[in-house]
Design a protein around this ligand. Structure first.
Ligand code: CO
Length: 136
């Protein structure tokens, strides 16, 4: 497989009130959050819940003029993106580029948990914002 897709890394969900959403998920999933991180570069504070080797990721916007802030204003809370875990993010990006996909990130940038990430435009992925994640 050209992009060496190894797993779903996480499913990102945009939320209006991060603290209330974390409390809700902790109660409904019956578990504590596995990780919390503020990623200034992406304008988000994220909280991860483990699901096997994948994560459910709650995304709070750090302001209205951020990717998640704009998504919340336009569509309200809900599914924001799906992240594919790949073995080699440069090779995966090259593959998407060669196939004519519209890239949001031409080169990988730092993600949470020390990962490297890059986004593919939803117009190239049937309306779904796709993130590539390589763990280090
Ligand atoms: Co993500």
């Amino acid at each position: 497989m050209p992009i060496s897709l190894t797993d779903i890394d996480h499913i990102g969900i945009a939320v209006e009130d991060l603290e209330a959403s974390v409390a809700l998920y902790e109660r409904l999933l019956g578990t504590s959050a596995a990780h919390r991180e503020r990623v200034e570069d992406q304008g988000v504070e994220e909280v991860l819940f483990a699901a096997g080797s994948s994560f459910i990721q709650l995304l709070g916007a750090l302001g209205p003029d951020t990717s998640v802030g704009r998504s919340l204003a336009a569509r309200g809370p809900g599914l924001h993106h799906i992240a594919y875990r790949v073995a080699d993010i440069e090779a995966a990006l090259d593959h998407f580029r060669t196939e004519g996909a519209r890239l949001i990130d031409d080169t990988p940038r730092p993600g949470s948990r020390g990962t490297r990430i890059a986004f593919i435009h939803p117009r190239s992925m049937n309306g779904v914002l796709v993130e590539l994640v390589q763990e280090t």
